[in-house]
Every structure is written in structure tokens, then in C-alpha cells.
Design a protein. Sequence first.
Length: 103
Amino acid sequence: MARAAMDGMWADLGGEPAAVARTEDALADGVPVKLYWPEGEGPRVSPLHADAATLAAAPPTLAITAGYDPLRDEVEAYAQRLREAGVTVEQVRYEAQIAVSAD
């Protein structure tokens, strides 16, 4: 992602990350790249961390994941939290895919 796009994303999430752990070949070495925001794991960082009332107000949801998508587990956990909040969720995983595109 270009630096300008990252700056915009950080601004949308409430400011510059408190710390950024990065290496040039982090993914090649299997070392996860993580961004840390000052507010921790709040709903502005990930909807997975929204409170139950916010989740219950969500519309019916289609959660599509890919078997090799690095965010697969988070999307599926979010779908489960929505179900627990009473939201209708249809969930599909394309096991052999690397990423899912909705376009």
C-alpha cells in the first residue's frame, strides 16, 4: 500500500499508530506485520470488536472468505459474533482461493 494511502487509513482510524512493526521481507519470513493503534482493539480498528448492541443493529450480512486469506479467521469470527447478536448471516468460504474480490 502506498504511504499516502496508509496515512489516510491511519487518519481515519484516529491517528498515527503508536508503533509499527515492519520488515522488508516480513511475509516472506513468515513473520506477521502488525500495526498498533493507540486505542487498541476498538471497533474503529475492526468491526469484530464492536459492542453487542452495535452488532445487533447490523443488517443481514454476507461474509465471503478465501481459504488462504490472512483475514479469514477475523471475518469468520465477526460473522459468528453477528449471528450471536441475532443478525442473519450467510457465510461462504472459497477454500482454494488466496483472496476474494467482490468486483
